[in-house]
Design a protein around this ligand. Structure first.
Ligand code: CAA
Length: 384
């Protein structure tokens, strides 16, 4: 039987990071609150010439360098931190990568859930045309107000996944559970570069959608919880995955363990929130850090405020380790310079207006950079 799912995955982040111990010192908070209470030690901070497009393009480049674009029929770009109200971030990626014109390019939005909507659309597309491939790019910069409750949960990352028939990494199974409820837990007005959040309500909405989507998954013939070996959760901060796991255990009566999600938290602890990318950063983390997952079933809980939850499962393919490329993200994470609190504040406060032409300073060493604004239009270029 033909299977459909994730054939390749790449995770990319920003040039800089802020140590949360430095943020805690500046804010007069016990560092243990961030490290233990939230489960975070660093957060990615974009350089002035980085954004959701540059990170997404780099992740996509790394995947396409291995597979080419001959069978690519769609590029689905998912983001909360889009760079234009009209033009898809995917169009910039399409241009930067010199992809063929004979393909569909678009952007998906529903807060942190959008990447899963794109993944499921990609699976549907390749199920209809099994010779085709779809590139899913999920890229986000999580940005809250300075000195707000959400500040220590900022971050940034992009994930690119090649979706096709007979995938090498993870077969996505057809059963899926949904839960949607209109709620003002987290949102970002059109005229704001920072998200607004009702912290307590957001935790409740996340957990309500977890139980709602799990119940729908179970009612529609999903696997018994005992058949799921590893659990991935949307990780706005990694402790949230622990809270979700505990809640799911109580709800189902299953004896769930911390080990079932531990390796999925490694990257997100030092990336911070990457909204839509975070659950797929968790997938990369799991696959990169665990041997012997062949045939193991993974549960995915994807959540996007506002709010949508989806529960689904995937099965790890035999030989998956031969198709993984952990080196770029691991060396990037090790090489990231830490910035000072003052540098972080200056970067946070820089907001460019489309009314003025500007050239950004050359900072990132990534393959693509945001060069500035000319005539109101964002300019991207290959890094020299
Ligand atoms: N040592 C160790 N732990 C400590 C501590 C210390 N000195 N001080 C506090 N803590 C613990 C607390 O006990 C708490 O842990 P538990 O929840 O397990 O009890 C944890 O640190 C956080 O403490 P508070 O609840 O007091 O923290 P807060 O009021 O500053 O806010 C938050 C926490 C609401 C999550 C806030 O960071 C926030 O608003 N974040 C953004 C919203 C968010 O991420 N919501 C998640 C669900 S919504 C979603 O998932 C979509 C999305 O991506 C945004």
């Amino acid at each position: 039987m033909t299977t459909f799912g994730i054939h390749d995955i790449e995770l990319v982040t920003t040039h800089h990071a802020l140590d949360l111990a430095e943020l805690a010192r500046a804010r007069g908070v016990d560092p243990a609150k961030f490290e233990i209470g939230l489960g975070q030690t660093r957060m990615s901070v974009p350089a002035p010439d980085e954004d959701a497009v540059t990170m997404g393009a780099t992740a996509a480049l790394r995947v396409l360098e291995r597979h080419g674009s001959d069978r690519l029929r769609s590029l689905l770009f998912a983001t909360e931190s889009g760079v234009d109200q009209s033009k898809s971030g995917g169009m910039f990626v399409h241009g930067l990568l010199g992809l063929p014109p004979q393909m569909r390019v678009m952007e998906f939005k529903q807060a942190c859930y959008a990447g899963t909507a794109a993944l499921q659309a990609a699976i549907a597309a390749v199920a209809r045309d099994p010779g085709a491939e779809v590139l899913v790019v999920i890229s986000d910069v999580a940005k809250y107000e300075l000195d707000s409750s959400g500040e220590p949960t900022q971050g940034a990352a992009a994930v690119a996944m090649l979706v096709k028939a007979d995938p090498a990494l993870v077969e996505i199974e057809p059963e899926t559970g949904m839960f949607s409820a209109e709620v003002d837990d987290f949102w970002r007005p059109n005229d704001s570069t920072t998200a607004r959040v009702d912290g307590a309500l957001s935790l409740k909405a996340y957990l309500d959608a977890l139980i709602g989507s799990w119940d729908d998954y179970a009612a529609r013939g999903g696997r018994a919880i005992e058949e799921i070996d590893r659990f991935l959760y949307h990780q706005p901060f990694t402790k949230m995955a622990v809270k979700g796991h505990q809640r799911l255990g109580r709800h189902t009566g299953a004896d769930l363990t911390a080990e079932q999600l531990e390796t999925s938290r490694t990257y997100n602890r030092v990336l911070g929130n990457s909204y839509g990318a975070s659950i797929y950063a968790a997938l990369a983390s799991l696959l990169h850090h665990e041997d012997g997952l062949e045939g193991k079933r993974i549960g995915f809980y994807s959540y996007g405020s506002g709010s949508v939850g989806e529960y689904f499962t995937g099965v790890v393919r035999p030989g998956y380790r031969e198709h993984l490329h952990p080196e770029p993200i691991q060396s990037d994470l090790a090489a990231r310079p830490s910035i000072s609190f003052d540098e972080y504040v200056a970067l946070h406060e820089t907001v460019l207006s489309s009314a003025e032409d500007v050239e950004t300073p050359r900072v990132t060493g990534a393959p693509f950079r945001f060069a500035g604004i000319r005539g109101g239009a964002r300019q991207y270029e290959r890094n020299a």
